[in-house]
Ligand binder design. Structure first.
Ligand code: SF4
Length: 372
């Protein structure tokens, strides 16, 4: 739901620039009308496929175009993701976000794996969110059928500033993927980053784009840039905490029912600064020592902060029903192939054991390939 009072850029700008304490008070009031102010959702964000991305987002150490310390890593195994999800849940997380450094989803074996991850993590009673780049309507439908709760696709900034930070894709392509998620009935998570060198008008421009949507995002992450060495934005100064508070408060007032997420950049913020962000309407944080590839506070540090402020972690599915986990043909075929492969390997190992001392290794060309 959006607050219709603030649709023009001028109205949003006036709100953003209003006296800070007044702005926080207004935002805190809106927050209390629509959310439990003593609950904050803990989400865990893991990078299921890291680095080597063909896109050139100027803030991102995972772009193949920049020389950063990020080590590329192929798609994680489903069992490892499930084990990380269980660990995150044990630490209080109710949402698992899985990010892959892709330009767009391809209908291949890696996507089958992601679909299986969605099924298995949803079965743990966690909200599952994916951020996998551009997505077609069919792919969105497949993820929805597997139990996907939310899809993240950030607009990052205003349409005008967007081309200064990314040249490999268009703003309209972002909007199209957001639409595809909505058409499939997936909850949309979409927000931006501040501190990239944009003007206040750019921040407002992004919020206005969400404001003018027929249905604004259910979840709006506000990130403070983490300037990573090797990226074009490595020299950017950390964004002042007051800007973060203003941005969060303005977002809260504009979108009273959405979840506003205090996202990247928390390691640069004091406890007092974070407390003011919660006061101004942030009701979710990412927990765990890594945010994809950038540093983030440890679970224990967050628990201390929660204790100090009297906050408790939100339970899953407070804003929507748990999705049904459906069967998926691609996943079933992949499981079948894996089972056959294991049978072949087991048979071969029995054959080798029986051969005992008489065993003579066969030439490689005589052995069936076990590659997929
Ligand atoms: S933000 Fe995403 S799309 Fe952009 S370079 Fe990084 S991984 Fe690729």
């Amino acid at each position: 739901m959006e607050n219709k009072k603030y649709q023009s850029k001028e109205a949003i700008l006036e709100l953003y620039n209003s006296p800070l304490l007044e702005l926080i008070y207004k935002a805190a009031t809106v927050h209390r009308e629509h959310h439990n102010p003593n609950e904050v959702q803990l989400s865990s964000l893991i990078s299921i496929k890291t680095g080597g991305c063909p896109e050139d987002c100027g803030y991102c150490p995972q772009s193949a175009k920049y020389n950063t310390e990020v080590e590329p890593h192929k798609m994680m195994e489903v069992c490892d993701v499930v084990s990380q999800a269980k660990n995150a849940k044990a630490n209080g997380a109710s949402r698992l976000c899985m990010g892959a450094a892709w330009k767009n989803i391809r209908d291949n074996r890696d996507f089958d794996k992601v679909v299986q991850m969605v099924q298995e993590v949803t079965n743990l009673d966690m909200e599952v969110c994916c951020t996998l780049g551009m997505m077609t309507e069919d792919q969105a439908q497949r993820l929805k059928n597997a139990g996907l709760y939310a899809y993240n696709h950030n607009l990052d900034s205003s349409r005008e500033f967007y081309k200064d930070i990314i040249s490999t894709r268009e703003y309209d392509e972002r909007l199209e993927t957001i639409d595809n998620a909505k058409k499939a009935g997936i909850s949309v998570c979409s927000g931006g980053i501040i501190g990239m060198g944009e003007s206040v008008e750019d921040r407002i421009g992004m919020l206005q784009t969400y404001q003018l949507m027929e249905t604004p995002p259910d979840s709006i992450p506000i990130n403070a840039l983490v300037a990573v060495e090797g990226t074009p934005l490595e020299e950017q100064e950390p964004v002042p905490i007051w800007d973060m508070i203003r941005m969060i408060a303005t977002t809260r007032i504009l979108f009273p029912t959405s979840v506003v997420r205090l996202s990247a950049g928390r390691t640069q913020m004091s406890k007092e600064g974070q407390a003011l962000c919660f006061m101004a309407g942030a009701s979710s944080i990412f927990a765990g020592d890594k945010l994809l590839t950038t540093p983030n506070p440890e679970y224990n540090d967050d628990m201390e902060l929660f204790k100090l402020l009297g906050l408790t972690p939100t339970k899953p599915f407070q804003n929507g029903e748990k999705p049904t986990v459906g069967e998926d043909t691609g996943v079933n075929e992949m499981k079948q192939k894996n089972a056959e492969k294991e049978e072949r390997l087991a048979a071969r190992s029995i054959q080798f054991n029986k051969a005992g001392d008489d065993f003579k290794p066969r030439k490689f060309s005589e052995v069936d390939s076990i590659q997929e």
